[in-house]
Write a protein that binds this ligand. Sequence first.
Ligand code: ADP
Ligand code: MG
Length: 651
Amino acid sequence: MLTSAANDIPDASGAELARLDALLEAMPLAVAVFDGTLALVATNARYRDLTGLDTAQAVGRSIYDAFPNALADLTEQVDIAAGGVPVVSVRVPFQHRGGRRLVEATFVPLTDARGGRGVLFGGSDVTEREELREDLARSVAQLESIFDVLPDSVRVVDADGSTVRTNAQAQLEHAPARPETLRELWQLDRPRTLGGTTLFVHEHPTARALRGERVRGETLEVRRGVGGTPAVIEVNSNPLYDPHRRVRGAVTVERDVTERTRLEQQVRTEADRLERMVQERTSELLALQEAASRDRRLAAVGQLAAGVMHDVNNALNPIMAAAYLLEMNAENPVAVRDYAVRIARAAETGAATAARVGRFIRQEPLLGSREESVDLSVMVEEVVAMTRPLWQERAKGGVVKLEQSLAPKAMVRGIAGELREALLNLVQNALDAMAGGGTLRIRTVGEASEVSVAVSDTGVGMSAEVRERAFEPFFTTKGVNGTGLGLAEVYGIARRHRGRAEIESMPGEGTTVRLVFPAGAPDRPPVVEAPRRPRQVRRILLVEDHMDSREFMQALLESDGHTVRAVRNLEEARELLEDDSFALDVLVTDIGLPDGSGWDLVAFARERRPALRIGVVTGWEPRNEQDPACDFTLRKPVGAADLLAEIAGPA
Ligand code: ADP
Ligand code: MG
């Protein structure tokens, strides 16, 4: 194909020409050679494809006509090259049959054998490359704007930790300083963990990434801005690799989470506070409910027990009367006397039961006269000494250990007998709960305002229901072995002593019952019992509607030598009191009478006859015993000795 060109290379052999021809054809460039007249003398396949000319059309064409489908005017470049100056890499668009192509064109001047000037055209199709370049430029521009618009700070460093790139946010955060290296950044930030540990520079997430680690979600506290305000950031850092998998840098992304952390903290604190509040309110409510329902039930049961007690007493009084009379009047017969003793014993047993119920019901404060100073610590020791011999048996083979913690003085004012009874009941219950052994703990505490004694065991404990009902009279879980009166009595005794009784218990863990009393006044010298005086005959008016009781008391008083006038109601009694000719020393009246309250009669009598000695006999009526209008009060069932002593009166 280099036929014409062969003229310019006179020494070329035929074989060499053929090789050059093949080389030209195979070139990845479009090539065209123009002679000194600027006529086309040689082309290759790429040129023909680009221009759409075949060999026949091409050869001999003027250079100005050799690019018919070029979309730009090439005259200037051609002239320059023809003038002897090469024109390199001009971008020229061509309308190719497959679409638009972009060609990088080069025109090089040639000199032929005759000294004529020629031109060599070389065209490289750069369409694809150019498209790729444009795509890349677009992508880079896009990435760049994303990079800058990110709310996070992004920093790229090289393997030495020198800053390579930062986005707008990163620059903003460190303005006006522009940290050039990781070390400078670290000095500005002074990063610390939330626990307060300051990080060394090599512990910085970026430093770790430079050692090949991927750091994820590290939360740190740093100083920001001119004032060094603390901020909390969340940091991610990744190593950047070169094609040989060597770390060539790192990219670190930081997000400011100060506000989020503050809010989280606030929410957490608030949630904790709410939860605590709900818990407090709930337990207050539960305690209130428990107390309220217990009070209601105790009140109801108290009422019931009061009624029962009244009936029991009315039945017991005549038994006691019969016993007394039998004993006093029987001439000789041993059998009769024995019978009388038995009746009395039976009656006393019944009376004792009634008294226990009574100690529960009688919750009004004690009579001042019967109170004494009692040291609960001393009393605990007494009760332990009294009961200890029984522990082994009660524990059914197990061992009961004792732990005592006794205040040096635990003084309360009250009735020693009742307090002892209460402690005995508590110790008994504790032992019952520890079949198989355990630890009995008794503790007294003496404080300025309150004195308490607590009896604890490591026994079976109580369910919520048992705990709730334990103070009710007759409530027992022990079947025939229990009376259900122990804790009821304890409760009544505590109330009578102006104190309270509390239970803490968990099933399987044990129980503590605590009695709390107001602290007692200092000891008074013990009251010396006055020696019995010779009996004086009294004239007595007895008011009692219940026949058996009335007859019992009348017989009893008369057997002691007194004169007794017995009536059944208020009306009869008033009539006698109004009759000035009716001489009288003592009035004894029941309270529950068919036509009114005995208390009215007391008031009436006090007014009519101020000097009269007045006593009341009560079963269950809730009235203060210290009523100033009466001189003495007797409780049913009335003990014979008590009645006679009161009638005799003070010295
Ligand atoms: P009793 O002992 O005759 O059953 P209490 O009034 O003394 O009557 O006690 C009532 C109930 O309270 C008992 O039956 C028992 O269920 C429960 N209780 C009392 N004290 C304890 C205790 N220390 N441990 C476990 N349960 C007890
Ligand atoms: Mg008991």
